[in-house]
Structure formats: C-alpha cells, structure tokens
Design a binder for this molecule. Structure first.
Ligand code: 2NE
Length: 275
C-alpha cells in the first residue's frame, strides 16, 4: 500500500490510500497519550475522511515503537496537562474534547478499525472500544485506569464496554483497573483478532479491503443499525438519516420536490403501496 500524506498535523499522521484513511496518534514519547490538540487534530482528520466520498474505511492506530522499544496505541489523556476542569489546551481552556471524537468515530458512516499494538489504556482504551472493529497485535495490553488516577468515562467507556464484554467483566475492568493481554481480550470479545505485531497493519488493510468490496450503502445502514440498538434517539436519528438518504433516491420522493418546483400538486397516487 502506497500511503499518501493527506494533511500535515503536529500530533497525528494522516494518510490515505486505496479507499482507506489512516490516522496515527504520533506522541510515542508519552505512549501516544492525547492532549486537547491531539484530539482537535484527530477530529479534523476524521471529519475529512467522513466527507471524502473515496474513503470507505478508516484505520486508527498509534505510532511506534518508542525509542525504548515499547509499543502503544494510546495511553489516554495526557496527565501532564490535566487541570482542574479538564485537559488544558493551548488557549488555556480546560477541555474533555475526546468525547466529541468518540461520537464522531461512532456516527461517521464508514467503519473505523482500531489497530492496537502495545498499550490501549484509559481514554485510549475507550477509543478502541468505540471503533467498529479492533485488531490486536500479540503484544497489545488493554485496561482502564480511571479510578486509580481520579477519572472515569461513564459514557461509551462504561455502557458500550459492557455491551461488548458483559456487565460482570466491564465492572471488573473498571473497578480493579487490571491490565489484560491480547488473548484475554480476544476471549472476552473485546477484539476481533490477534496477529503478530509485524503483521498488524497488513491485517488491518486486508480487513479494510474486504469491507471496501462490499456495498457501501449496506455497510453504512448496518453501522447505524448496530448503533441504533444502543444509542437511543441519537441512534434512531442516524438510522433514520439513512432511510431519508435512500428515500431521496426514489422517484416517489423526487416527485414531491419536482411538484414544488413546478408549482403543481404532487401526484403521489401513481406509486405502489407495497405490502
Ligand atoms: C501506559 C502505561 C501502562 C505504560 O507503562 P510503561 O512502564 O511502559 O511506560 P511509562 O514509563 O509509564 O511511560 C513512558 C512515558 O510516557 C508517559 C510517562 O509519564 C513516561 O514519561 P516520563 O515520565 O518518563 O517523561 N506517559 C504515559 N502515559 C501518559 C499519560 N496518560 N499522560 C502523560 N504521560 C504519560 C503507563 O504509562 C500508564 O499507566 N500511563 C497512564 C495511563 C493513564 O492513567 N491514562 C489516563 C487515564 S484517564 C483518561 O484517559 C480519560 C478518562 O478517564 C476520561 C475521559 C478522558 C480521558
């Protein structure tokens, strides 16, 4: 795969190739922990991928290994910039903008695949949880730390995690703050597959290319259907948005618009009332 740089950022790398976008958190000196700027850049890259009609799958990963040889997907919020009201941005304003990023990953029509090598910890763990699929390297380590460092994610990080691994396991993960290896993650349904670390990106590309061979409208309707089951009115809005998109493609819907533009009464009687 010949990745092309899609835009320049400070904290992330953003590439595109063959229908895929790849977003790489690039702060290996802090195990790819994110500061508000990292998240702002990720939101910009994900928003760009969402708008790009050539992009059908996004890969999310972490740069590595670090100079000490260790890998990380993401170690969560950067504790060095954590202030009283959140993580302090360049402008001095405290933020928790990772929640906006979680919603973008969840609601964008294209599937997002997390490629996890090394640590996926804290808010970094929640990032892979909200991705559609996760492929883990054999050196991946998963866990939440919130109750150890005075934090928690009671949104997708708790309720959606419980949908993935069940209530008992999700409570264990949050209450005990243990670390789990790739095999344990596979056994609890937290990841889709485990591969040797050197094969991680190739495996992600293969999964992405298999998805890209499928009907994009079918995939986007399925993503919103899976979300609708958990996401209440916001989930129904997403699913219904797809129904409206498909309806716009019918002659019946176009008759309504055409009649308005031609200042005539629409003739909806001509369309079949399907059983
Ligand atoms: C990830 C982990 C387990 C790795 O351990 P190890 O031993 O491999 O590395 P080390 O030496 O701890 O880390 C290497 C460097 O990265 C920095 C460290 O401070 C160290 O730098 P120096 O101090 O040597 O200069 N680093 C690692 N993680 C960092 C972080 N999150 N913020 C700032 N610097 C970090 C180990 O590093 C670890 O446990 N990291 C902390 C994990 C954590 O507690 N994350 C925050 C959870 S809260 C959160 O993310 C959150 C939330 O709960 C709700 C909403 C939004 C965010």
């Amino acid at each position: 795969t010949e990745w092309q740089l899609a835009a320049e950022f400070e904290d992330i790398l953003y590439h595109k190739a063959d229908g895929m976008a790849k977003i790489t958190i690039n702060r290996p000196h802090v195990r790819n922990a994110f500061r508000p700027k990292t998240i702002t850049e990720m939101i910009a890259a994900f928003a760009d991928a969402r708008e790009d009609v050539e992009i059908g799958v996004v890969l999310l990963t972490g740069a590595g290994p670090a100079p000490d040889g260790k890998y990380a997907f993401c170690a969560g919020g950067d504790q060095k910039v954590r202030g009283d009201g959140g993580y302090i941005s360049d402008t001095g304003v405290p933020r928790l903008n990772v929640l906006d990023l979680q919603r973008l990953i969840r609601t964008m029509p294209q599937p997002v695949i997390a490629l996890v090598a090394g640590y996926a910890i804290g808010g970094g763990h929640v990032l892979h949880v909200v991705c559609d699929l996760t492929i883990a390297a054999d050196n991946a380590i998963f866990g939440q730390t919130g109750p150890m460092v005075g934090s928690f994610d009671g949104g997708f990080g708790a309720s959606y995690l419980a949908r993935l691994v069940g209530q008992k396991k999700a409570r264990e993960i949050w209450y005990l703050c243990r670390q789990y290896d790739a095999q344990e993650a596979l056994e609890m349904g937290l990841v889709n597959k485990v591969v040797p670390v050197e094969q991680l990106e190739a495996e992600g590309i293969q999964w992405a290319q298999e998805i890209l061979d499928k009907s994009p409208l079918a995939i986007r309707c399925l993503k919103s259907a899976f979300n609708a089951d958990c996401d209440g009115q916001a989930g129904i809005q997403e699913l219904a948005g797809n129904a409206t998109l498909l309806f716009y493609m019918t002659q019946e819907a176009q008759e309504g618009k055409q009649a308005f533009l031609e200042k005539r009464k629409p003739n909806f009687r001509q369309y079949p009332k399907l059983p």
